[in-house]
Design a protein around this ligand. Structure first.
Ligand SMILES: C[S@@+](CC[C@H](N)C(=O)[O-])C[C@H]1O[C@@H](n2cnc3c(N)ncnc32)[C@H](O)[C@@H]1O
Length: 373
């Protein structure tokens, strides 16, 4: 299993909380698409084979791409890789971009999974987030996509802001479920330094996130979605049976992936590489054949820590036999001994593997750090 991630580093507007790599300078879009295509050609041998099982357009906001730009990218992908009809092709979109024309266009390119950034159903909160859409536009976009035959739709929601009470969060989740989507990604709002929200918090104009309130909302999230047949398969991801994201599951299971575009990461089983997070530098480097990424060969220690960090957050958990086989007895003993305290406290459980209990999920990162070597 291996996939391709394409980072589309443009947004029409900057969300107050977001520190992903993106630019609102859409005028460099054409040059960037040319650079992406050049990078696909350059990196065509990075993966073990040419056959892939997923393509993921993330961002930024991929739905800002025009038909001609998508045509260029798909033509280059088809020239260099192969994939079956049932391969997952995901496209991240914002509700305000999802016209009938855009959705039909995405279908003709073979996009079969949409990840729509709704974030909230509260118009005041959406304004506070500096989003371009209203709650009604979000609902309309999902319905339109369903009418046009999209059968695998994921939505993103954010909890923990000053706008959400337990009651309003429950209503948000009920509304999300009533849309009939197959997948929900839900993130706890984090205040990142180099964002408008980060500056406002620093200046005392906005309050920091109340961790206790966030934890309560996370518990509500798990309960409500569980009661509505969504399986909690990764800390921030919930899916109806058969709708777990193939692409993200590839990451969490240590599969190989090729990341294309500024700030994208790639992994070929041995080394990791990451592209420069700057659009003009990336475009210029691809134009002139100069360097645009850094590489790191992962040590056994890095690979163990990464395995623990990613797998512990999933329903598949950590496999002690795999740790023993792949990393040796010292790592396995450390994992087993450290886990003992979490098992006693009911934060970890052993089925066939070591996974987190509901309480454990509240402190996933802290537990992972203690399991690190
Ligand atoms: C980089 S965004 C791109 C998706 C899409 N273009 C959009 O704007 O909704 C990916 C997702 O990360 C989440 N996200 C980004 N920054 C976050 C933050 N500081 N706290 C919580 N979630 C965040 C949002 O839910 C968002 O949908």
């Amino acid at each position: 299993m291996q996939g391709i991630y394409l980072h589309i580093p443009f947004c029409r507007k900057a969300c107050t909380y977001c520190d992903f790599h993106f630019s609102t300078q859409l005028k460099t879009k054409t040059d960037l698409v040319d650079a992406l295509c050049k990078e696909i050609e350059l990196q065509k041998d990075f993966l073990r084979t040419k056959n892939i099982n997923s393509i993921y357009f993330g961002g930024g906001t991929p739905s800002v791409l025009e038909k001609e730009e998508l045509d260029k990218i798909f033509t280059t992908l088809h020239k260099n890789f192969t994939w079956d009809k049932d391969a997952e092709i995901t496209f991240e979109c914002n509700p305000d971009d999802l016209t009938k024309e855009k959705l039909l266009e995405l279908k003709t390119f073979g996009v079969n999974r949409l990840s729509i950034g709704l974030q909230s159903f509260d118009d005041d909160e959406l304004k506070w987030m500096n989003r371009l859409h209203t709650s009604q536009q979000s609902v309309d976009a999902v319905k339109l996509a369903q009418e046009l035959g999209f059968k695998n739709i994921s939505i993103d929601l954010i909890y923990g802001s000053k706008f959400q009470t337990i009651e309003s969060w429950k209503k948000t989740l009920e509304k999300a479920i009533s849309l009939g989507v197959q997948h929900i990604s839900s993130y706890n709002l984090t205040v990142e330094g180099k964002t408008a929200l980060g500056s406002a918090v620093k200046a005392g104009k906005e309050k920091a996130i109340d961790d206790e309130k966030s934890a309560e909302q996370f518990m509500v999230l798990m309960d409500v979605l569980h009661n509505n047949n969504f399986e909690h398969y990764e800390i921030s991801n919930f899916a109806l049976k058969g709708f777990e994201a193939v692409h993200n599951t590839n990451y969490w299971k240590g599969a190989q992936y090729l990341g294309i575009g500024p700030s994208a990461h790639s992994f070929n089983g041995v080394s990791r590489q990451w592209n420069v997070s700057n659009n003009p530098i990336y475009i210029d480097a691809l134009k002139h054949g100069t360097e645009y990424f850094e590489t790191e060969t992962l040590s056994k220690l890095n690979r163990y820590n990464e395995y623990v960090l990613t797998r512990l957050r999933t329903k598949w958990g950590c496999d002690l036999n795999y740790i023993k086989k792949e990393f040796g007895n010292t790592f396995a003993e450390h994992f087993e001994e450290t886990s003992a305290q979490f098992l006693i406290k009911d934060l970890q459980q052993i089925d066939s593997n070591y996974s987190l209990t509901k309480m454990g999920k509240l402190m996933a990162d802290k537990i992972a750090m203690e399991l690190f070597m």
